[in-house]
Design a protein around this ligand. Structure first.
Ligand code: 5GP
Length: 255
């Protein structure tokens, strides 16, 4: 078997060395974690769905002119990506109050925000990813002021596009988390969208019923997480090859 060099293993993904310099392979695992790893389960098939949903969204955002790390999907669980130096920030965009902002500001979940709000959290598990200001970010050198400008501009455009996309399939984009990285090419460095965008990192509520179609089903022990993710993929028009009822017998796997 071909042994690949593992560069990094996170909660939901593994990064392997890619076939060319400057590339990596991003592998989506079935692990679901919450509350900084205090809750952990294996959800059969989650990695396959997130790989496909993230591919779909990164391709659409790329077409829109947002530079991303995505190159191509390799198989059910893996995609080829550009290597980046991750900027240690979780960039959160919110349209409707939910989760930590609802708690922090005493807002009822589901209250529309006066306008979209961008927040930054410093990526540090040992600190539970604390909320930080733009001044923290530039003072500590996590990103430069021009990088932060690019990040803000891209975050707002991504929110505009994705809100419309999901509205068109009967889903409200409540909030989401994205990450960016620096791509070095010759003497140039640019900030590009990295990581993933999937129901693990977005809050997606059915527009008619407000049913949660995202990872809150796992965080809040609501059950039906895979059905919800499958529903998002189905509405996006994504066909999952091995998405078939259990016990339906073996299928010929294309090589
Ligand atoms: P909140 O701050 O309300 O917990 O989360 C806001 C949004 O960012 C939600 O859509 C949530 O899924 C996403 N988010 C926040 N932190 C993380 C994280 O560590 N991992 C992932 N996958 N998503 C996150």
């Amino acid at each position: 078997m071909n042994r690949r060099r593992r560069i990094y293993e996170g909660k939901a993904k593994i990064l392997y060395e890619g076939p060319e310099p400057g590339t990596l392979i991003q592998h989506f695992k079935d692990d679901a974690t919450a509350f900084n790893n205090k809750k952990h389960e294996i959800i059969d098939g989650k990695g396959v769905l997130n790989n496909r949903i993230s591919e779909f969204l990164f391709l659409r955002l790329g077409e829109l002119g947002i530079p991303t790390h995505f190159i191509k999907r390799l198989n059910m669980r893996e995609q080829l990506i550009h290597q980046v130096e991750i900027i240690p920030l979780e960039v959160i965009v919110r349209n409707i109050a939910a989760g930590s902002i609802a708690k922090r500001l005493g807002l009822d979940e589901g209250t529309p925000l006066p306008r979209s709000i961008v927040e930054f959290c410093y990526k540090a598990d040992e600190l539970d990813d604390p909320l930080v200001s733009e001044d923290h970010i530039t003072a500590f050198g996590w990103a430069t002021p021009p990088e932060l400008d690019d990040i803000m501009t891209m975050a707002v455009r991504i929110n505009d596009y994705m809100s419309g996309l999901f509205r068109g399939i009967g889903i409200n984009l409540v909030d989401f988390k994205i990450e960016f990285g620096r791509q070095y090419e010759n003497d140039m460095v640019r900030v590009i969208l990295a990581d993933e965008i999937s129901p693990d990192s977005c809050r997606l509520w059915d527009a008619e019923t407000s049913k949660k179609l995202d990872k809150d089903r796992f965080r809040r022990d609501m059950g039906g997480m895979m059905d919800a993710y499958r529903e998002v993929a189905r509405r996006l028009g994504i066909y999952i090859e091995n998405d078939r009822p259990e016990g339906s017998g073996p299928v010929l796997v294309k090589s």
